[in-house]
Design a protein around this ligand. Structure first.
Ligand code: NAD
Length: 499
């Protein structure tokens, strides 16, 4: 099926992806696959108004009943997994198994949220006063604005909306302007679930298509209680202060610069496999992509030669064809940024292999690149910068302290890993003086997180946490309640105020 047929099969009306001003091109061959009508800032504000009205009803629906809607949505995703996954592959250029993995992640978070809908619990706290009880409750927060990036065009929305909806919030979504088609398809599936749910208020979750200015209208609207924004650090730098200026709540999921440390005791076969997928899977376009390898001097040369040989064998091509592991970059801008980074790496003393344009004859309008490896003499400026492309920088270390210092000496703090069979090294890496990232793994790579854990990172990655564990608390308002069931009115801390 082509994109038009896929969209129609998923219930998207033809008018939603034809005749509009936002031209969508498949990164696979550069062909135009949609012309989507765009929304304005004014329409965004109107949508927020509708979302707020829906919130006033939805917050009173018992949480397990809210969970039922998310359960129905999970069913729709299960029933249409193949079609949505294929659309992800066509619009974002992911290899088929990664497209399917992305939809599976949506299904997983729906399952998680359904269970969560019966466990939105606070604490009961001992009161210092006789005849008093203290407790805390988590209550619905309001409208959640979701801004998402092109590289996880649908999963990121699901991580946010599945939790937000069971928490009693309503959602307004502004997807990446590079991937509006998968967003339209996801919204259509959500509407199918709503149609099967008796008594759902209208406008529980709305989709608005637009560029940064439409995102800004969402960010600036004081009725949006939480802005959850996923994208570049540049975007977060613009969004964070605007939300803070109106005392709104912000959940930022921004860029990463993730490293893997490989120690002398490491299982090198395992490390090579973990690094290859981490560095070059999704053509290096994951926030958790492995961008740096920090290898002990005793195994550095062997490891890097093995990586370089394996890198050169990765099959590049149409990601929907079986056997291809490396799909295209999203657009020419991404390819140009990759070339600029490789030029900088060479100027800073790096020895680069790969990185050339690939398949230009077959796909003159698409941007495939040979995965690159750059042996660096030290952690130079370009190594400390996130380039959203398949470039792996390699560095050498002598002591574990030095390796951890190098791993942490970047502005970003998303994901990290160590390959070691030495328990002391493994524990040191995940300890208080180890990795400073939100994710620190042992003997697995930096990418491909499960939804059960809280996902996010520190420093310029933005500090947000979403998905599993207790990330749901960001989508709720905590109240502390003290109940006096005595006939006295003792004041806290023994204060007297009697006339
Ligand atoms: P991007 O920053 O260009 O765009 C992301 C989204 O932000 C888009 O929807 C865009 O329209 C919107 N946007 C941009 N400027 C805005 C503004 N001033 N106000 C409101 N909205 C604005 O990012 P991208 O190129 O789509 O994605 C790649 C980046 O995203 C990488 O840096 C990657 O590391 C990061 N990312 C992070 C995570 C994470 O969970 N930490 C996940 C995926 C991607």
């Amino acid at each position: 099926m082509n994109t038009n047929e896929l969209l129609s099969s998923l219930g998207v009306p033809v008018a939603a992806f034809t005749g509009g001003s936002l031209l969508v091109r498949s990164p696979i061959d550069g062909a135009q696959i949609g012309a989507v009508p765009e929304n304005t800032g004014e329409e965004m504000r109107a949508a927020v108004g509708r979302a707020h009205a829906a919130f006033l009803q939805w917050r009173n629906v018992p949480a397990p009943k809210r969970g039922e809607l998310v359960r129905l949505f999970g069913e729709e995703l299960r029933g249409h997994k193949a079609a949505l996954a294929r659309l992800v592959a066509l619009e974002a250029g992911k290899v088929s198994s990664e497209g399917e993995g992305e939809v599976q992640e949506m299904i997983d978070i729906c399952d998680f949220a359904v269970g969560l809908s019966r466990q939105l619990h606070g604490l009961t706290i001992a009161s210092e006063r006789p005849g008093h009880r203290m407790m805390e409750q988590y209550l619905p927060l309001g409208v959640v604005g979701i801004i998402s990036a092109f590289n996880f065009p649908v999963a990121v929305w699901a991580w946010n909306s599945a939790l937000a909806l069971v928490c009693g919030d309503t959602c307004v979504w502004k997807p990446s302007e590079k991937t509006p088609l998968t967003a339209l398809a996801t919204q259509a599936l959500f509407e199918r679930a709503v149609a099967r749910y008796a008594g759902a208020p209208a406008h529980l979750s709305q989709l608005l298509i637009g560029r940064a200015d439409v995102g800004e209208a969402l960010v600036d609207d004081p009725r949006v209680a939480l802005v959850s924004a996923t994208g570049s650090t540049r975007m977060g730098r613009a969004v964070g202060p605007r939300v803070a200026a109106r005392f709104g709540r912000c959940l930022l999921e921004l860029g990463g610069n993730n490293a893997i440390i490989v120690t002398p005791s490491a299982d090198l076969d395992l490390a090579v496999r973990g690094i290859l997928f981490g560095a070059y899977g999704t053509a290096g376009q994951r926030c958790t992509t492995t961008r740096r390898v920090i290898a002990h001097a005793s195994i550095h040369d062997e490891l890097v030669s093995r990586l370089d040989r394996a890198r050169a064998q990765l099959t590049i091509g149409d990601p929907t064809e079986p056997g291809n592991l490396i799909g295209p970059l999203i657009d020419k801008g991404a390819f140009d940024a990759m070339q600029a980074a490789l030029t900088a790496a060479k100027a800073q003393g790096g020895q680069v292999s790969g990185g050339e344009r690939a398949l230009a004859d077959r796909y003159p309008e698409a941007w495939y690149a040979v995965p690159a490896l750059a042996r660096m003499p030290k952690q130079t400026d370009i190594v400390r910068h996130e380039t959203f492309a398949p470039i792996l920088y390699t560095l050498k270390y002598e002591t574990l302290d030095e390796a951890i210092a190098l791993q942490n000496d970047v502005p970003q703090g998303l994901s990290s890993a160590i390959f070691t069979n030495d328990i002391r090294e493994a524990e040191a890496f995940v300890s208080a003086s180890g990795s400073d990232c939100g994710i620190a793994n042992v003997n697995i790579g930096t990418s491909g997180a499960e939804i059960g854990g809280a996902f996010g990172g520190e420093k310029e990655t933005g500090g947000g946490r979403e998905s599993g564990s207790d990330a749901w608390k960001a989508y709720m308002r905590r109240t502390t309640n003290t109940v006096n069931y005595s006939r006295e009115l003792p004041l806290a801390q023994g204060v007297k105020f009697d006339v």
